[in-house]
Design a protein around this ligand. Structure first.
Ligand code: SAM
Length: 336
C-alpha cells in the first residue's frame, strides 16, 4: 500500500535528511591498507541484516523523504543475490537516485544488470594504475579486473561515474596526474579523498601519509586549470568539484580534515547489522535491528524509530591528525 508521508527527517540543526547510505555487507574481497587491518573480524552472520531487512529500512526511509540511496560496504557486489535487492530498490516509489560505491572487482560482469535494475550513478575506487602497487595498496586487488570493470561501467551508460582515490604520501602521490588523465580519457569524474582516522591500522602512520586536498588541487591545477563548480543544491555534500576547460571530466576533493562540510550534511548511514549512524565521525546511532526482528513489527514502527533517531544527529565531527583513531569502527563497517 502506498504511503503518503510528509518529509519528516529533519535534525536538531534544521538539516533535512534526504540521503541514506546502506552498507549491504562489511565483507570485502580487498583489504585496502587505509580502510582495514589485514586481519579483520567481521560481523557474525546472524547479526547481518537480510536483504529483506535492508529493503524494509530503505522503504521506510524513502517514505520519510529520503530521495537518494547509495549501496556500499564492504564490497556491495560480493553480497549474495545483491542484484535482487538492487532490482527492488530500483522500483521504490519516491527514490530519485540509486547509487553504488564499489571496488570494481565484479563490475565487468555486473555493470549491465546493475544499470538495467536502476542504478544511475557509480563510484569506483581506484588508487593506483600500477599493478604491483595496486596489489600492495589493496592487498588482494587485480588492477586489470578493476580497469575492465571501469570500462564496462562506461560502456553500460551510467548517468554518472566517478573514480575515488585515496592519496597517501610516499605511496601513490606520484600518480595523481596519471589518475586524472585516466578519468579524462574516459570522460568520467574523479575525486580525491583525504584519509580519515577510522579504525586502528598498523600498516602506516596516518599522520605521515596525510596528503591535503589543497596540495593536490594545486598540483592538478598547474596541469589543467580548474574552474570551481557551484553546487546550489549542496548535493555534492563533502566534495568540492572543479571542471576543466578541455574535458567533460570533473575533479573533486573530499576533505574531511581541511574543509568542514558538516553544516551541509544531508545523510545518514545504516551499518550491516542495522545500526543507523547519524554521523561518519561520531558514534551516535540508533539500533534498528531489534525493531526489524520484533515479531509483527510494522513499517510504521520502523518509521517512528528513524524519525526519533534524528534527534541524535550531532552538529559536527572533529577529525584530528593524532595517531589514535577517534573512531574505532573501520570504514567497511560504516559504509564509506
Ligand atoms: N568496497 C567499496 C569501494 O572500494 O569503493 C565500497 C566501500 S569503501 C569503504 C568506500 C570508499 O571509502 C572507498 O573509496 C575507499 O577508498 C574509502 N575509504 C575507506 N577507508 C577510508 C579512510 N580511512 N579514509 C578515507 N577514505 C576511505
Amino acid at each position: 500500500m502506498a504511503h503518503d508521508f510528509p518529509a519528516t527527517l529533519v535534525d536538531p540543526f534544521q538539516r533535512r535528511i534526504s540521503y541514506l547510505r546502506l552498507s549491504v555487507t562489511d565483507r570485502c574481497d580487498f583489504r585496502c591498507v587505509y580502510c582495514m587491518a589485514e586481519d579483520m573480524q567481521f560481523v557474525p552472520k546472524p547479526q547481518v541484516l537480510t536483504l529483506e531487512e535492508l529493503y524494509r529500512v530503505a522503504e521506510a526511509a524513502t517514505g520519510l523523504g529520503v530521495r537518494k540511496i547509495r549501496l556500499t560496504g564492504g564490497e556491495p557486489l560480493i553480497r549474495n543475490n545483491i542484484l535482487s535487492l538492487v532490482q527492488r530498490l530500483g522500483q521504490l516509489p519516491g527514490l530519485e537516485v540509486l547509487a553504488l560505491t564499489t571496488n570494481g572487482s565484479r563490475l565487468a560482469e555486473l555493470a549491465v544488470p546493475l544499470h538495467a535494475a536502476g542504478v544511475s550513478r557509480i563510484n569506483i575506487s581506484l588508487d593506483s594504475l600500477r599493478p604491483d602497487r595496486f596489489r600492495e595498496l589493496t592487498r588482494f586487488g587485480d588492477l586489470d579486473r578493476v580497469i575492465a570493470g571501469v570500462d564496462a561501467a562506461v560502456a553500460a551508460g551510467f548517468e554518472r561515474i566517478k573514480l575515488n582515490a585515496v592519496i597517501l604520501r610516499g605511496r601513490n602521490d606520484d600518480e595523481v596526474l596519471d589518475l586524472v588523465e585516466f578519468a579524462r580519457q574516459r570522460g568520467i569524474d574523479i575525486a580525491f579523498i583525504e584519509e580519515m582516522p577510522l579504525g586502528r591500522i598498523d600498516e602506516h602512520s596516518r599522520k605521515l601519509s596525510f596528503c591535503s586536498s589543497a596540495e593536490l588541487e594545486q598540483l592538478i591545477g598547474s596541469r589543467y586549470p580548474l574552474q570551481p563548480q557551484g553546487d546550489p543544491a549542496g548535493s555534492a555534500g563533502p566534495a568540492r568539484y572543479f571542471s576543466m576547460r578541455d574535458s567533460r571530466s570533473r575533479v573533486g576533493f573530499i576533505s574531511p580534515h581541511s574543509n568542514n562540510f558538516c553544516h551541509l550534511c544531508n545523510r545518514v548511514r545504516l551499518t550491516v547489522e542495522g545500526r543507523l549512524l547519524l554521523c561518519l565521525g561520531n558514534e551516535h546511532s540508533a539500533d534498528l535491528r531489534p525493531i526489524l526482528r520484533a515479531p509483527g513489527s510494522s513499517r510504521a514502527d520502523l518509521e517512528s524509530a528513524i524519525v526519533a533517531a534524528m534527534a541524535l544527529k550531532p552538529e559536527k565531527h572533529h577529525f584530528t591528525h593524532g595517531e589514535e583513531p577517534e573512531i574505532l569502527r573501520f570504514m567497511n563497517m560504516t559504509g564509506g
